[in-house]
Design a protein around this ligand. Sequence first.
Ligand code: PA5
Length: 447
Amino acid sequence: MSVRLVDSYVSSFVSAKECADMQAAVTAAHTALHEKSGKGNAFLGWLDLPRDYDKEEYARIKIAAEKIRKSCDVFVVIGIGGSYLGARAVIEFLKSPLYNNLKKDGPEIYFSGCDISASHMQELLQICEGRDVCINVISKSGTTTEPAVAFRIFRGLLEKKYGVEGAKERIFVTTDRAKGTLKGFADQIGYETFVVPDDVGGRFSVLTAVGLLPIAVAGIDIDGLMQGANDAREALTDPDVQKNDCYKYAALRNVLYKKGKTTEIMVGYEPFMQTFSEWWKQLYGESEGKENKGIYPSSVIFSTDLHSLGQYIQEGERNLFETVVSILDTGVTQTIPHDPANIDGLNFLSGKDLNYVNSMARQGTLFAHVDGGVPNIVLELKDRSAHSLGYMIYFFEKACAISGYILGVNPFDQPGVEAYKKNMFALLGKPGFEQQKAALDARIAAL
Ligand code: PA5
């Protein structure tokens, strides 16, 4: 087990009986998921993906990643939401948030198409100046505006620099198997393409080519990642809520939600957890936040945020609970040096490892927050390996599905994301949106 749930810091808020009483709902969710009879059952490809993935494409991903690693200084990944968060989360978790600044034997990796910022775009274009560039544009629908605009800009840059034929060797497309503007484009020009399977939604797609190609370009062991996910797939099938930590996590969140704990804070004690928490926030927010229901997912990195949000968590509204990812072996040590002068009074820490000090910060915070009325679910992660991360990714994906079913929503759709798009298209004058534009223009005039 690479992930173990510790319930000692939640047991004073959720009794053993309240947890056991969730068994019927958990069993129903488990059955709906495994018999593929629940809401959104056309999007369960992720469930057996770590075993049933396309082996031929997987081999091509490795070859493409090697080619990219050898042929560029800068690799730009273009995508938004589920089409970039997973890759970025894994790269930063296993390598570093400072990956681009560290010594490495592969290209720098940047993410674009996840905002519409002119300044971010100009900065990325500056970084590309005078350097060899490859891009991977990722969009399941193939029609999302933000990545489509970024792709147009970067494709222009590559075609200017290398010519249309040369650019073709540097552009990699990950999209639907058959449909969408991007697929048509790729086929017409002849880009190498990878597939987002029909039955895997964006936020569940990190272990498809969507995540795996950029992750492999970073030199990460994707075999280990997939093996970890497959081990989780095999380990997390017992419907018994007391024996399956993944289901226990889903059950506990729902009990806490019913008790008014409407915000969940993902807590990490390592900066490399930050984008992983962003991935987790999308997974849970987009899966559960519908029908006027759902736990609001947020995140912090401690100690950093103990000095910004710590006050609120300790004494603000009591609608919070925390889920703490505690990494048992970070794989590095850093000793605090001894100073004979001891002017800073820190010699009580001389010779201590920063991991130890961090763990004491965690222990102290757990007690403080529980004493302040904030339930804490602790998830112990064995280590910072690709295998353990693959396991944790699958753990959270499956818990999300079970939790969404317990909540009574379809965890696999995202109808609410369309509302802003329609308004944006209308305001920008996209053909076909004339009526909405007139209505919005009238609203603006009345402001
Ligand atoms: O989880 C999802 O489905 C979404 O977040 C999508 O990943 C996101 O909207 C991007 O969509 P697409 O990949 O179609 O460009």
